[in-house]
Design a protein. Structure first.
Lengths: 112, 119
């Protein structure tokens, strides 16, 4: 079974600084997709960024980028120029045919 | 997201009572999912649907049943609620799935969640 591991339950970053959230996954499939979701206190799940496994180029979305290491099964999220609004729970997720598997989440605190 | 709504947003119920949560979508997406969110576990799949009257079990399906009589509605029922089912429940929709070759990002759109407390 596919599993997703986020080894950092909590992280903090100073406003305007950069932070990296870690994620590893386990799979035997070759075709899959990876996602990072943000969950602010409002509870809404918001898609931050996605990565297709067949693409070697790392995905970027404005201040958010990933470091996708397929051989190592690693998918970390980098947030540059952190803002107070980035404070939230962040979930790494792996998309299978019938399901999306989530990590336990990393709570990010942004200090002013 | 206005394309998917969950009801109710909050509910408190007593142990042993039946509970039904509703998910309604206006996107005409084929795939619908019910997840529960618990601290330390992230989101875990309860049941999913790949079409009207087509459903299947997920990772944590015991104690839950689902029904999908229309494309737009996906109901989650707790036949006899227990305290272990206290959780936040999320519905999600997806236009397609991997392998269908649809031009889609395969991401999910989530509802705003239902906080269920079983006392």
């Amino acid at each position: 079974a596919q599993t997703v591991t986020q080894s950092q339950p909590e992280m903090s970053v100073q406003e305007a600084e950069t932070v990296t959230l870690s994620c590893t996954y386990d799979t035997s499939e070759s075709d899959y997709y990876l996602f990072w979701y943000k969950q602010p206190p409002s509870r809404q799940m918001i898609l931050v960024i996605r990565q297709e496994a067949y693409k070697q180029q790392n995905a970027t979305e404005n201040r958010f980028s990933v470091n996708f290491q397929k051989a190592a099964k690693s998918f970390s999220l980098k947030i540059s120029d952190s803002q107070l609004g980035d404070a939230a729970m962040y979930f790494c997720a792996y998309r299978t045919t019938n399901d999306m598997r989530f990590g336990a989440g990393t709570r990010l605190t942004v200090k002013p | 997201d206005a394309g998917i709504t969950q009801s109710p947003r909050h509910k408190v119920t007593e142990t042993g009572t039946p509970v039904t949560l509703r998910c309604h979508q206006t996107e005409n997406h084929r795939y619908m999912y019910w997840y529960r969110q618990d601290p330390g576990h992230g989101l875990r799949l309860i049941h999913y649907s790949y079409g009207v009257k087509d459903t299947d079990k997920g990772e944590v399906s015991d104690g839950y049943s689902v029904s999908r009589s229309k494309t737009e509605d996906f109901l989650l029922t707790l036949e006899s609620a227990t305290s272990s089912q206290t959780s936040v429940y999320f519905c999600a929709i997806s236009e397609s799935t991997i392998g269908t070759r649809a031009r889609n990002n395969y991401g999910y759109t989530f509802g705003s969640g239902t906080r269920l407390t079983v006392v």
